[in-house]
Ligand binder design. Structure first.
Ligand code: TEU
Length: 539
């Protein structure tokens, strides 16, 4: 029974395989690198690993352009190695969550190649969204949908005779053609892929862009009319898909989970994905986007818990991932919320303040009810790398965005493990340069250095995750706010456990307690809680 509920209060560590650890010296992380670092992950105390896509891919979008869902990219290793990794992790009590990308495939996927070759009107094109263009010569995209990376969501094909042909839909990069989920092959294929990975021991799947997968087949223009149903976000026909996936997951022993990437401002619409016969959990982007302000955080926590409670699903708490600005940088800025629209080069950042807040946020999230996602490098307090030379940037968000948006490479820089100069133990000696350059001052942030420093971010995460595991009821379970000034977030989780965070400028008295279990920073001489500091209390 405890085992069947492992996911309800789990701490899940997100591995971006390209940037975690490079064993063969090509400057890119790989599965052997992850295997060599499993002891580190076990010591950190995480319950599961979520891997960003590791499939064969041209890497036009960091692997979210999948050419083969049943294999491993040679840059990362082999399928046999993935199986070894899954079982070695499991032997340490760590489950593996695989990234499934149902919205689109790579343009290099055999289905899309076949579709291009087969030409207009062919059955092979029915698996995608091919349409003639508008305008006298079909020179305009079929509708006004935008790509998430900038520009229109349509790319024009060239016919075999060299004339301009039909257009295909790509909500992301033009190397990522959208699949047509009304096609039975598309459904059958993904169900089979799920079984493929569950058969190999996967403990769950993370569903990429889960709310954008189905489209209104009439492909109508987007309008300003708020009453018009959205043609490709949060459509009702998504739920059948995920319910059939849940049936597959439930047919395996040991609680295999579905976690959805569901960016959805409306908490009630969001909760519709979380049902006993649908997804187990979904990422809480409301909290991730929330600024470091007591009232906003309080509302975000309340809204989240209120939306999850009636459906009986645990909440998730996410501070960062491979798509967003790193936490210490975000919290070190004037505008601390996350918004794709406001991402830009060169926003002034106070890293000391950001780090103080990120430490408090670590204790806050790890004390909230539900599961916690921890993106690699957050446990080291890594900042966003904002000065990657533009010619090294690889993210399509930068490349397609016209250069004003730095894109997402700044949170994907290879991990500094040890030593005093790049590649900081990411790669073995004599290796090629890491695929993205690491800042020289990361010498002060290596895992090795932080391991020996009780005041480091790594030490804080280790103690907090360890204490959480040792505190029954701290994962999933009841939650009650304590009566405090508005600038203090304080809540009780168990009869003997209280968490308090002070976001106001003045130090405040600690809530009644018998002992301080953990603090994110020094308390004042009078044992009061300073600004941007969190404590865990035995009460
Ligand atoms: O992101 C989906 C997502 O919601 C994005 O639209 C997000 O808004 C984007 O990063 C900025 O516009 C997922 C993956 O997490 C991301 O890395 C991929 O690029 C994307 O899907 C396409 O597969």
């Amino acid at each position: 029974e405890a085992d069947a509920n492992w996911w309800r209060g789990a701490v899940i560590y997100q591995v971006y395989p390209r940037s975690f650890a490079d064993s063969n010296g090509d400057g890119t992380g790989d599965l052997a690198g992850v295997r060599s670092r499993l002891p580190y992950l076990a010591e950190l105390g995480v319950n599961a690993l979520w891997f960003n896509p590791w499939y064969p891919s041209p890497m036009a979008d960091g692997g979210y352009d999948v050419a083969d869902y049943r294999d491993i990219d040679p840059m990362f290793g082999t399928l046999a190695e993935a199986e070894k990794l899954i079982s070695e992790a499991l032997a340490l009590g760590i489950r593996t969550i695989i990234d499934i990308v149902p919205n689109h495939v790579s343009a290099a996927h055999p289905w899309f190649r076949e579709a291009l070759a087969a030409g207009p009107g062919s059955p092979a094109r029915e698996r995608f969204w091919f349409r003639p263009g508008r305008g006298e010569h079909g020179e305009l995209p079929p509708n006004n949908w935008p790509s998430q990376f900038g520009g229109p969501a349509w790319t024009r094909t060239t016919n075999t005779d060299g004339t301009p042909g039909d257009w295909f839909l790509n909500l992301f990069d033009s190397e990522q053609p959208d699949l047509n989920w009304n096609h039975p092959d598309v459904r059958a294929e993904h169900e089979d892929v799920l079984r493929f990975w569950f058969d190999r021991g996967a403990g769950g799947v993370r569903i990429d862009s889960a709310a954008m997968v189905t489209k209104d087949p009439l492909l109508p223009d987007l309008t300003d009319d708020p009453a018009a149903p959205h043609p490709y976000v949060d459509r009702d026909d998504l739920h059948d898909i995920y319910r059939s996936w849940r049936r597959i997951a439930d047919s395996y022993p040991g609680a295999r989970i579905l976690v959805g990437e569901v960016w959805m401002p409306d908490a009630e619409r969001f909760a519709r994905y979380l049902r006993p016969d649908e997804m187990h959990t979904a990422f809480n982007f409301d909290f991730l986007s929330c600024p470091w302000e007591p009232e906003r955080l309080r509302i975000s926590i309340d809204t989240t818990l209120a939306a999850h409670e009636p459906v009986g699903a645990p909440a998730t708490w996410v501070l960062c991932n491979h798509d967003v600005t790193r936490t210490v940088t975000r919290y070190g800025r004037e505008d601390t919320g996350f918004d794709f629209a406001t991402k830009a080069f060169g926003i002034p950042t106070d890293l000391a303040k950001g780090t103080r807040r990120a430490r408090a946020a670590a204790l806050l999230t790890l004390a909230l009810p539900g599961s916690v996602y921890l993106y690699q490098g957050e446990e080291l307090g890594l900042p966003e790398v904002e000065d990657i030379p533009v010619e090294r940037l690889q993210d399509p968000m930068y490349l397609r965005g016209g250069g004003s948006d730095p894109g997402r490479d700044g949170c994907r820089v290879p991990i500094p493990w040890s030593g005093t100069t790049p590649p900081f133990g990411f790669s073995p000696a004599g290796a090629a340069e890491p695929w993205l350059p690491q800042p020289a001052d990361w010498a002060a942030r290596t895992a090795e250095l932080q391991s020996g420093d009780p005041d480091s971010m790594l030490a804080l995460y280790r103690s907090a995750i360890g204490s959480r595991a040792a505190e029954p009821g701290l994962g999933d379970g009841p939650f009650t706010w304590l009566d405090t000034p508005a600038t203090v977030l304080a809540f009780r989780r168990t009869p003997g456990f209280v968490c308090a965070v002070n976001l106001g400028p003045d130090p405040v008295a600690l809530p009644p307690h018998t002992a301080v279990l953990l603090a994110s920073g020094p308390l004042t001489a009078e044992q009061t809680l300073p600004q941007d500091t969190a404590v865990w209390l035995r009460s």
